[in-house]
Design a protein around this ligand. Sequence first.
Ligand code: ADP
Ligand code: PMV
Ligand code: MG
Length: 397
Amino acid sequence: MTVKDVFVSAPGKAILHGEHAVVHGKVALAVSLNLRTYLRLKGTTTGSVCINLPNIDTFLCYDLSELKQLIPVSCGKREEGKPLDAELVRKLREFISVTNGNLDTYNMATLSFLYIYISLFGSSELPSLTVSVWSELPTGAGLGSSAAYSVCLASALLCASGAIPAPLKESDQSARWCQEDLEQINSWAFQGEMIIHGNPSGVDNAVGTWGGMLRFLAGKIIPLSRVPLLRILLTNTNVPRSTKVLVAGVKDKINKFPSIMTPVLDSVDAISCTCEKILSEITCEPITGEHYNILEELIDINQHHLNVMGVGHPSLDTLCQVTLTKGLHSKLTGAGGGGCGITLLRPETDSSVVQTTVQDLKDCGFDCWETSIGGPGVQQHSPLSVKEEVLEILNRY
Ligand SMILES: Nc1ncnc2c1ncn2[C@@H]1O[C@H](COP(=O)(O)OP(=O)(O)O)[C@@H](O)[C@H]1O
Ligand SMILES: C[C@@](O)(CCOP(=O)(O)O)CC(=O)O
Ligand SMILES: [Mg+2]
């Protein structure tokens, strides 16, 4: 069986409020970024499955005959939204550690690819194909690169398997799936996130799938109908960390000090709700200085809470201090422990202040840039419509 080529992309995200607390059933507010992950799937006749992941220096090929051995005996077509198939995960872990030496975090990328591939095709015939992925997002830095990757995998593999149609018409440059198909993509992406994160809330893959700004609570996704025009500075401290490890650390802390940590999580929940209220006022009333004063205070309080949860880092403290000298307020975004932070810019913040702040942060060894938010969720593209620099990289494979 030869599968059709598919080209897709999905955005990264910034969590405004609610990271970590969202894993424990609290509200999070998240927004898509203008940085995307691109995936090209090509049907081949080589009798192998190849995966090219240049962001993480991973280039692998497997014979279909090897992969067939991994199909669980019980393999019917697995339904989405179910817990991971423990037998398949065990077989894949064994297989990857045998062929690839170790189980470092970057091998999670291979594991999640193979998991979705075998789950979707295992009950029929495994097709020969090559998947190449390139991302504009920093990997493992809090901007949801794992979710953008999982959403791309899920959409391309679902499309290739025929479980969902390819929405792109001949004359289109890019196209989106219908709601029902997006739900399927989101739920398979969640499985990929489970492999990479251990215990994800699902907020990141929801933003990667639907884009825009959304409120997420216990698996329920409510898109905000109007996305306020927020100006946000993104800073990558370049301190590496793993979401899986940080999420597990917060859980341990909650288990150890339940009566101390529960109020912290409740407070984060209230911060998300208050922020949502202010943002909705900003979209339909004249913006006042007071709106921004409150947003800034919420950022400060939440950053303290995240430190209490044990996911701060000296580099993030530096970010907060440096921006505060310019009157700007910052917090970590995503799992913390290094990685990225967001800084809220007020509508009246002068571009010269932004420029000097960016320079000061760069002098600390950080990457820093002003970003736009609220981009579209997962899309299928005609390769001709994709940015030259992305095509150039993906064309190498
Ligand atoms: N472009 C990519 N190519 C391959 N794997 C990726 C890519 N982006 C993310 N990943 C996978 O996601 C992991 C990082 O996920 P995570 O620790 O959750 O950080 P993030 O905040 O970026 O989501 C990587 O170790 C890798 O397994
Ligand atoms: C910490 C958490 O709230 C967000 C993690 O985001 P990221 O992988 O650091 O981009 C975990 C989750 O919601 O699954
Ligand atoms: Mg992640």
